[in-house]
Design a protein around this ligand. Sequence first.
Ligand code: IPE
Length: 261
Amino acid sequence: MILKIGGSAITIKDAKEPTIDEENLDRITQEVSKYNDDLIIVHGAGSYGHIYAQKFGIGDVIGNVNDHLYKLEGVCRTQASVQLLNYMVCTKLHEKGVPAIGIKPSSFIVTDNKRITLCDTEVIKRYVDNGFVPVLYGDAVLDYNDYMKYAIISGDQIIAYLAEQLKADRVILSSDVDGIYTDNPKTNPDAELLEVVTKDSEYVTTANNDQSDVTGGMSGKVKELLDLADKGIQSQIINAEVPGNIQLAVSGQKVKGTIIK
Ligand code: IPE
């Protein structure tokens, strides 16, 4: 099973500085610890990543030499910040008895035009086979496109890639909303949660509402998961902020949310 823990659930996403949501992290890792079969966790960056990615314009076309130097600093700062978050997530998982192994995506993933092209999953697979729980995350990576040279990969892109390569049985994406709606529930009280979304569904996501999200907000997530569904792997979006949801979802019980198929 591959579980994405959204950055908005474990950090205070709209904070000015990288800020952890201690209470949620503690509860979510506790809920995850109830699962005891093959598991890969991928977490988002929240305020540990989006702030730097946006400030330094990582993934934008690089201008002059100074701009490149600025981007180098940005890649370093972004990587260091999300790695710190990963360390905190893994440490919390260890406290709950989960054999979590932090794996740095930018050390073995290269994108081309922001899509993963180089990524050897053998190490991840071997960790899983030995009983570990690899924990990856959205990161700033090298990109083969010489105009941009660097890109941000979301945890959502990573789960879709790993799910396909490793033939995952189940994919759960947790975030800070219940799922996909017929319209924006914040502005339309009649908006209804969709239990199932396929590529033909009419739905509304918040891509443009959350300016701090460099990886496309909910619409970025749905796109990754619809592509995955196209390859025959179904997934589920749930709200990690509702206590008990992750535990129910990982144990295969019914949870409020949206199935993408
Ligand atoms: C973003 O990853 C990675 C960086 C900004 C470095 P995600 O897109 O998966 O993060 P969340 O879940 O939206 O916070």
